[in-house]
Each structure stands twice: as structure tokens, then as C-alpha cells.
Design a protein around this ligand. Structure first.
Ligand SMILES: Cc1cc2nc3c(=O)[nH]c(=O)nc-3n(C[C@H](O)[C@H](O)[C@H](O)COP(=O)(O)OP(=O)(O)OC[C@H]3O[C@@H](n4cnc5c(N)ncnc54)[C@H](O)[C@@H]3O)c2cc1C
Length: 457
């Protein structure tokens, strides 16, 4: 077991976003002193920059971490339950797809900045975690044992010697960059070539939600889509996902007129409820999307990467933050079964990566499902059969969405079981015929043969 008695008890965390404070809280509960360096000013006294995933879907894996560090009850009043997806057709019709067959499982919409602020305050309240805001990491030298920070308010440079260092500095991690330059890790970005833009649906004139507030709204249009998540102030944050280049893309929308023509054609029911469409589209940044491939995630017993810094993924399963929080849960758990930082970092890097690779692939696949398949009849047929099988074999057949969002089955197992389940659903759902009794016998045999009961996992 790693304790403050047998290992260095002063930990340096670089990145005070979502996973940095969660990890700091886990470490503080074990008695470690943690210094968290964050390049931005303290969020609690600053306004949040617009246009960067203002709200997020929080599900089981993230909730578990927040419960374990004692923060879930603090954030709970700020959460908005989303019980399913509401699909908006081109002609304005909508259809509701519940997230779970039983109707009891749901995900939450949470404000990134509210969650971040609560995490920082709770970490500080332990008296074991110190935050250094406006400290930008500009160098990590494993060989000489020094990290360099630039104090952004004074321009002063600071050398810091407390190791180990944990890089929670997000998708564009500089910790990863320095470890890569020194040959400890190799990393690459797989760009999605689709980008995103955030917009806003304000409340109606009575200050109420304009759309159903307990759903994640999707306007799927095959090559691109719009989604909307509810906010506490009764507005919705809308995200347009669109190719960067090509016939219909960010490249071709150059003027307010281009944008209005595009929205009138593809999202006619939305145009009147986004009053600042043109202004926000051209004012808000266009966010890039991609998957970070990195291996290993550590440099000896000196540094390790956690969260997006190690494995940023595309956002279509709503799992980037949830997976990053689960990283912290697992890292904390494995402190009990390893003897020193080097052993823990190696195990974390070798074993956890199977699961984060899997969710990275599932998230890419889900983009195709969300923007395209939700429009097709066969998709709804499969969903019906899936619901029936979930009700009949609750311990064996669990939809891929549920396995990811409402369970903590390792992502690599979710991926493998998802392939088997998809085979069953594709074989037995067809847009024209319903499933016969004979089919049910075959399905049952396949389920019992190929999908071990959850208790056996
Ligand atoms: C459009 C979009 C929608 C998303 N939706 C969801 C969702 O619904 N559900 C979900 O689970 N996930 C979602 N995600 C993913 C989620 O945002 C990330 O997975 C999560 O923020 C990762 O947390 P992190 O702490 O690793 O990184 P971050 O939250 O990015 O934090 C990194 C921190 O490091 C700081 N930093 C960076 N460089 C330095 C430096 N040199 N020195 C010091 N500090 C530094 C940054 O300022 C930042 O505070 C979404 C992402 C996007 C882009």
C-alpha cells in the first residue's frame, strides 16, 4: 500500500480543471499534501469564457467518484436529470427515446464551471490541498527533477522540485508534450475533422424552458447534428457539430446569410429560439475535436498523466469527464495494492489504457449513431428489441448505452459485449417483420452462450 510513510507525501498536480481537484481530494483523504497548479485565474472570482462545453452529461462513473470524495451531495442541487434523448426531425416532429428500459436510470446535465468551483472549494477545505492559480507550467524536466511555472500576473518564473508530478492538464497537455520530447511517452492526435460551436436557447418570455428540460435534445442530420442540454437558468446550451471542410461545413459558412440559409434548411424549428444565432456563431470559438493516443502514460516514478491529458476522446458518449473521474477512482483504489509510485504508475498506464482506448472507439461510433442512425426505422426497431431483451434478461443483456452510463463495467468489456449484442439485434430486427417465437429461442441460446451473467464478471 502507498502511504505518506513509505512514499513521497508531497504531490504536484498540474491542471485544476475537472480531474485535478478530484484526484487532489482522493489524495488529501489519504493524508497527502497536494499542490495544484492552474494556468487560469481562480474561476470563483472570474467570468467563464463562452463557448467551451458549458454543460456536461454526468453519469454513474463520474457520480461514483464524486460520492467517494464526498462532493456529490454538494453538487446535487445543481443537477438536471435527463431521462432520454428527444429526437427532432427535419419536419419538426419529435420522438422520445428513454435511456433505460425500466425508466429508472437517467443522466444529469451539470454546469462545468459550477462543478469546477465546488471541487476547488471542497479540495481547499481539506487543508491538505493548495491551489496556485495563474501558474502556467512551461517545463517538466524529469532528469533534473524540476518543473517550471510562469506566474501569469507577474511574469516571474518559478522552479518547483516536489515530485511525483501528476499531469491533469487536459487534451492539449504540456506535461505530455515534455514527457514526449524527452522520450518517456509517445503521443499523437487523431483529428475527427469535425468541429463544434456552442450556441444558446434562452428561456421563454415567462422565464421557463422552451423545450422539454428532462431530455438531451438531438437534431440528427446524417453528416452533422445539433444537440442541446438544459441549464439551471432555464436556458439550453446548444452545440453544433459539423465537418471542418467540405460542401456543408464550417468552411462554407462565411456570413450571417450563409448561416441563416443553412439553419432554415436543416434546423427550421430551432432558428426562432436561438435569437443570438448569428452573433454567437461568429463570436464563439470553433472547438476542434479528436482522440489523443498516448503510451505509456508515465515517466518512471516521477510523473503520470490522468484524464484528457492521457486519453482525450470525442464527446459523443458523454464520457470524457466521467472516464477521467473513473481514472481517479481506480488510481486511488490501486494505491492499496501497489507498493510505490513507480509500480502504481506502470500498472495504471498498462491496465487502464485498455478501457480508455475502448471508450475512445465507442465514442467515435456513437457520433455516427447520434447524427445518422437515430433517423432510421431500423434503429427504432432495434431499440424496441433491445428494450425487450433488457427486461427479459436484466443480468445478461444490458444495452451498450446503459453499460457505459449506468454501470461500472470496464469499458473494454462493454465494447466486447456490445459487439455480441449488436450481432443479435441486427440479426433479429428488420424494418419489415417482427420477431417470431422461434427467433426468441435462438436469441435466448445466443444470450446464454455468449453473454455471461453480470455476477460472473
Ligand atoms: C464539446 C464537448 C462536450 C463534452 N461533453 C462531455 C459530457 O457531456 N460528459 C463528459 O463526461 N465529458 C464531456 N466532455 C469531455 C470533458 O470536457 C473532458 O473529458 C474533461 O474536461 C477532462 O477533464 P480534465 O481535468 O482531464 O481536463 P480539463 O477539464 O480540460 O482541465 C485541464 C486543466 O488544465 C489547465 N491547464 C492546461 N494547461 C496548463 C498548463 N500548462 N499549466 C497549468 N494548467 C494548465 C486548464 O486550464 C484546465 O483547467 C466534453 C468535451 C467537449 C469538448
Amino acid at each position: 500500500m502507498i502511504t505518506t510513510n513509505n512514499c513521497s507525501d508531497k504531490i504536484t498536480v498540474i491542471g485544476g480543471g475537472l480531474s485535478g481537484p478530484v484526484l487532489a481530494l482522493y489524495l488529501a483523504r489519504r493524508g497527502f499534501s497536494v499542490d495544484v497548479f492552474e494556468k487560469r485565474p481562480d474561476l470563483r472570482n472570474a467570468s467563464v469564457p463562452a463557448g467551451r462545453s458549458i454543460n456536461l452529461a454526468l453519469s454513474k462513473r463520474g457520480i461514483t467518484a464524486l460520492e467517494e470524495i464526498g462532493v456529490f451531495d454538494r453538487i446535487k442541487p445543481s443537477l438536471i436529470p435527463m431521462h432520454g434523448r428527444r429526437i427532432h426531425d427535419l419536419n419538426g416532429d419529435t420522438r422520445f427515446l428513454p435511456y433505460s428500459s425500466s425508466g429508472t436510470d437517467f443522466i444529469y446535465s451539470v454546469s462545468r464551471s459550477d462543478l469546477n468551483k465546488i471541487l476547488i472549494t471542497e479540495a481547499e477545505n481539506t487543508d491538505k490541498v493548495r491551489f496556485h492559480f495563474q501558474h502556467e507550467c512551461i517545463g517538466v524536466d524529469i532528469i533534473r527533477g524540476a518543473v517550471t511555472f510562469l506566474k501569469k500576473d507577474t511574469g516571474e518564473k518559478i522552479k518547483w522540485k516536489n515530485f511525483p508530478v501528476i499531469g491533469t492538464d487536459g487534451a492539449g497537455s504540456v506535461v505530455r508534450k515534455f514527457l514526449s520530447e524527452d522520450g518517456f511517452v509517445s503521443d499523437a492526435l487523431d483529428p475527427l475533422n469535425h468541429a463544434y460551436k456552442e450556441l444558446n436557447i434562452p428561456p421563454d418570455e415567462r422565464g421557463q424552458f422552451i423545450l422539454d428540460s428532462n431530455a438531451l435534445h438531438i437534431w440528427p442530420r446524417d453528416e452533422f447534428m445539433l444537440i442541446a442540454l438544459p441549464n439551471l437558468d432555464k436556458s439550453f446550451t446548444v452545440t453544433l457539430f459539423l465537418p471542418e471542410l467540405g460542401k456543408i461545413s464550417f468552411e462554407t459558412i462565411q456570413s450571417g446569410n450563409d448561416l441563416l440559409i443553412f439553419f432554415k434548411k436543416m434546423f427550421p424549428d430551432v432558428i426562432s429560439i436561438i435569437p443570438e444565432l448569428v452573433t454567437d456563431f461568429f463570436k464563439n470559438p470553433t472547438g476542434k475535436l479528436g482522440t489523443i493516443q498516448c503510451s505509456p502514460w508515465h515517466a518512471k516514478d516521477k510523473a503520470v498523466l490522468i484524464g484528457d491529458a492521457a486519453h482525450a476522446i470525442v464527446p459523443f458518449f458523454g464520457q470524457g469527464m466521467n472516464a477521467s473521474f473513473e481514472d481517479c477512482t481506480i488510481f486511488n483504489r490501486w494505491m492499496d495494492s501497489t507498493e510505490n509510485w513507480g509500480e502504481l504508475f506502470q500498472k495504471f498506464s498498462n491496465v487502464r489504457k485498455f478501457d480508455t482506448d475502448a471508450i475512445g472507439e465507442l465514442a467515435l461510433e456513437n457520433y455516427i449513431e447520434m447524427r445518422g442512425l437515430v433517423n432510421q426505422n431500423i434503429f427504432f426497431k432495434k431499440k424496441e428489441l433491445e428494450r425487450e431483451l433488457e427486461m427479459t434478461y436484466p443480468n445478461r443483456f444490458i444495452s451498450r448505452y446503459s453499460m457505459v452510463s449506468f454501470h461500472q463495467i470496464p469499458y473494454s468489456i462493454v465494447k466486447a459485449r456490445g459487439i455480441i449484442q449488436e450481432k443479435i439485434l441486427s440479426t433479429f430486427s428488420s424494418s419489415s417483420s417482427s420477431v417470431s417465437m422461434k427467433n426468441y429461442k435462438e436469441i435466448e441460446e445466443m444470450i446464454f452462450e455468449e453473454l455471461p451473467s453480470l455476477d460472473q464478471l
